[in-house]
Structures are given as C-alpha cells and as structure tokens.
Ligand binder design. Structure first.
Ligand SMILES: Cc1cc2nc3c(=O)[nH]c(=O)nc-3n(C[C@H](O)[C@H](O)[C@H](O)COP(=O)(O)OP(=O)(O)OC[C@H]3O[C@@H](n4cnc5c(N)ncnc54)[C@H](O)[C@@H]3O)c2cc1C
Length: 432
C-alpha cells in the first residue's frame, strides 16, 4: 500500500470500507483533523509490536506521513497471534499459520528494531535497549501486553515453568503444550486453571477447553478436560460455553467454578486450590494472574491496583507520565472493555490519531471503539460477542453504547468463515 501523504484521504476511505464490512469497525474512528505539513513533526518510539503497538506504528506512519519518524521495538523478530493460537492446541492450525513478519511495516517506512527494552527514562525521553544504542523520543507508546504473577502460585518457580506451561502468550509454549497433549495417552486428564478476572481475553480459556475437548473427542475419546476456574462463573459467552461443555463435550469437559489454584506440585502435575483440594493431571496448564507488562511497571506507569496503567481515553496518554501513551492489555480497562487484540488495535488507532494531532499542534478528539471476539467451539463452528464503546466526557471514561453489539445464538460454520476473515484482516490492518 502506498503511504505517501497524498494518499491519506484514500486511506481513510479504505478504513471506512473495512469498517463497513463489520470486520474491524475502524470506520467508527474519526481521522486526524487537517492536512499535515511536510516539515518534521517529531519522533515516536513504540515499545511492543503486538496488536496495540504495531497498529499504532502503522497508522502513525499512514496518517502522519514523512513528518513523523516512527520506530517500533519488539524483542521478537516476528509476531505470533494469540487469536487462533488455541486452534494450534486443537490441532487444526500450526504456529506458522499464526505467525506474521514485520516486513510490511518496514515497507511502509516504519523502522523496526528487534531488541529488549531494558528501561525507559521518561524525564530525559530516552529508551534504553539491551543491544542497540539508546533511542530518544518526542512521544512514546508503551504496548507491552501482560506479564505473569508467577509468585501468586506456590511451586510455579522457574524450574516448574519449564514443564507446567501457560501458553497464554503465543509462540514456543503453544507448540510445546500441543506436544504435551499429543504425548498424553488416551484416557488422560488435561487440567487447566483460569485466574481471577481481569485477565487477557475473557473468553480465551473457555475456547481453549473446547479446542482441547475437540481434539480428545476426535482422537483420544477416553480423555477428559477439567477446568478449574477461580471466578464464580464463566466470564464470557456463558450460555454458549455452558451448552458446549454440557452437550457437544458432555462427558469430556468438567467445569468447576470458584476453584482458585494457588499452589502446584510440578513433579506430580498436581494443582492445589486455596481450600486444599488436590487435582492430579496428565497435562497441567496453569494460566497465572496477570498485570501490565514488566517494562510498564519498571517505568512507573502502573498506577491502578498495583497491576494496570491508567490512561486518558481521548489520547491513550498515561496519567503517570507525560508524553507516554499506554495501549492494549496493559491498560486499566474501562468498564465492560475486554482485554482483546481487537480492542488493542482500536487503542492503537486512537493513540496514532491523537499523536498526529498533538505533534501538529491541534487538539485530539475522542474516538469510538469497537470489539468483536470470536471463539472456536470446534474446528469449524464459531460464536462471537461484539460491542461498541464511546467516550463519556463527564466520567472521563469509555462506556458501551446502549443497544450496541451482540452475541451469537449458537455456534455455526458461517461465523467460522467470519472468524478466519477477521484474523486475516486484522493482521493485514496491523502489518501491511
Ligand atoms: C489463547 C488466547 C486467545 C485469544 N483470542 C483472541 C481473539 O480471538 N480475539 C481478540 O481480539 N483477542 C484475543 N486474545 C487477546 C489478545 O491476544 C490480546 O488482548 C492482545 O495480544 C493484546 O495486545 P497488546 O498489544 O496489548 O499485547 P501483545 O499483543 O501481547 O503485544 C505486546 C508485545 O510487546 C513486546 N514486549 C513486551 N515487553 C517488551 C520489552 N521490554 N522489550 C521489547 N518488547 C517487549 C512483546 O514481545 C509483544 O510482542 C487472545 C489471547 C489468548 C492468550
């Protein structure tokens, strides 16, 4: 796609048509207000090239043109998508199917650096990398996703983490957990734990239970899935998942609410709940509690519940540090706003639009945000939940637009087609 600034109007039309198809809802977002001057406006560093950061980098370049230098930094040389990663566990996708490179962003003019961000000096507006020289910025975006509080689960030390996997960041752990499932004998028990909300992707764990159950039903029918959920009930698409567990996977999935696992014994693959109940697994998958990515914490951006980063929802600017914008899962979510890739993508566009305005000396405007989360019940049949969020100036937060959004009536193959199209489209929206 040609990114010269003369094409900005066409780009916005393109965004509108993507939104009109209902796939991304990008049309819900207004564009930066006026034509941009060709002069240098500033240098923006983006830490984290996932759903939030990659989207922000792309749209900064796309809307900001040559006047804005955009540098995107990630420790990983390529992107592994968490959406669809449960299908790798189910066996209908491979890691290659959910891997995207950063070449498209480079072709758009984004400088992509592969390195670990060691620290950020917000006073001197400088990012310290592990291998590459320090980088200065006019505006900084921090989109590091989540990191895990392993300490909340006794026994889940560094050694235990080599065999008791979370696979809650897509990549090598996704492949390794799939291998554990393949190696498990027919008749074995897969035990997965879900932390108390909020965590990344509210429906994700229940989709995972369905994917593993689908694998067992078709390949190892005497095996079981036991879900130990720390929450009092299924946290998303409750009726749809309950039906799937009881009917499609009846006799395979057992779901236990209020089962908070606070300890494990990695050697015997035993999960122990806070009331002392012990459950032995053949494959143990522990999803630990989560908070904003460690670099946000080190930078002093974590200022809500000692876990998340508060932002101004008009600009995504941190309330803890000026000229620093925080996106995606790391933020303290607004009411009813899920921690999802789709939502992080919307955060990225909001921040990009705001930064283009701020660097151009104009006032950013509030944006609408949309969300759609698809869940695969088996390899073809899918359900979705959708919502639209608007800024409420009196409360300085985002709220669901009354009557917006929706929920599937039942799993169906047509939504399977939509779900695959959603993934392809959002990856393209982020990286091409
Ligand atoms: C199993 C599963 C299924 C899911 N399914 C869906 C779905 O169907 N739809 C949906 O919308 N969402 C889904 N999600 C949620 C979605 O993956 C997250 O909400 C999304 O990834 C959040 O985007 P982000 O930009 O905040 O973080 P990420 O996408 O995780 O990106 C963060 C990036 O920051 C980098 N990083 C962090 N710290 C540093 C550092 N110090 N130096 C350099 N790089 C760093 C990381 O390497 C990473 O690439 C799912 C999640 C899971 C686990």
């Amino acid at each position: 796609m040609n990114t010269s600034f003369g094409n900005r109007r066409r780009a916005l039309q393109w965004l509108g048509s993507a939104g009109a198809s209902g796939v991304l809802g990008a049309c819900a977002m207004s564009s930066p207000s006026s034509d941009l001057p060709a002069k240098k406006l500033g240098r923006v560093l983006v830490v984290g090239a996932g759903f939030g950061g990659a989207t922000a980098a792309k749209y900064l370049k796309y809307w900001g043109g040559p006047g804005i230098e955009v540098v995107l930094i990630d420790r990983s040389p390529q992107f592994y998508s968490c959406p669809l990663s449960n299908l790798v566990l189910g066996g209908s996708r491979t890691l290659a199917d959910i891997t995207v490179g950063y070449q498209g962003l480079r072709e758009l003019g984004v400088v992509v650096l592969t390195d670990e961000v060691a620290s950020i000096d917000t006073a001197r507006k400088k990012v310290v990398l592990t291998k590459i020289a320090d980088q200065s910025y006019d505006r900084l975006i921090v989109a590091p996703g989540v990191d895990f509080n392993f300490g909340a689960i006794q026994g889940l030390d560094a050694q235990a983490q080599t065999t008791v996997l979370h696979a809650w960041k897509a990549g090598q752990q996704t492949v390794d957990l799939r291998r554990q499932l393949e190696a498990m004998p027919n008749g074995g028990v897969f035990v997965m734990t879900i932390p108390q909300a909020p965590y990344r992707c509210p429906p994700g764990p229940y989709e995972r239970a369905c994917q593993v159950a689908h694998y067992f039903k078709t390949r190892k029918p005497r095996s079981k899935v036991l879900v130990l959920d720390a929450n009092p009930e299924i946290m998303s698409k409750k009726g749809l998942f309950t039906k799937a567990f009881n009917e499609q996977y009846g006799g395979i999935v057992e779901y236990r609410a209020n089962s908070n696992v606070t300890e494990i014994d990695a050697r015997s693959r035993t999960a122990i709940t806070e009331v002392g109940e012990r459950v032995r697994a053949d494959v143990l998958n522990v999803i630990p509690p989560q908070g904003a990515g460690e670099i946000a914490r080190k930078t002093g951006l974590v200022n809500a519940n000692n876990r998340w980063c508060q932002v101004d929802w008009v600009t995504m600017e941190s309330t803890a540090a000026p000229a620093v914008h925080v996106l995606g899962d790391a933020t303290l979510s607004a009411p009813a706003m899920p921690k999802s890739g789709h939502m992080a993508n919307q955060h990225g566009k909001t921040a990009a639009a705001a930064i283009v305005e701020l660097l151009g000396g104009r006032a950013p405007q509030p944006q609408m945000m949309t969300n759609t989360c698809y869940s695969f019940i088996d390899d073809k049949n899918v359900v979705h939940v959708a919502s639209v969020h608007r800024y409420v100036p009196e409360k300085k937060t985002m709220e669901i637009v009354p009557g917006s959004g929706g929920l599937s009536a039942a799993p169906n193959e047509l939504e399977g087609v939509y779900a695959n199209a959603w993934a392809q489209t959002i990856w393209r929206d982020m990286f091409a």
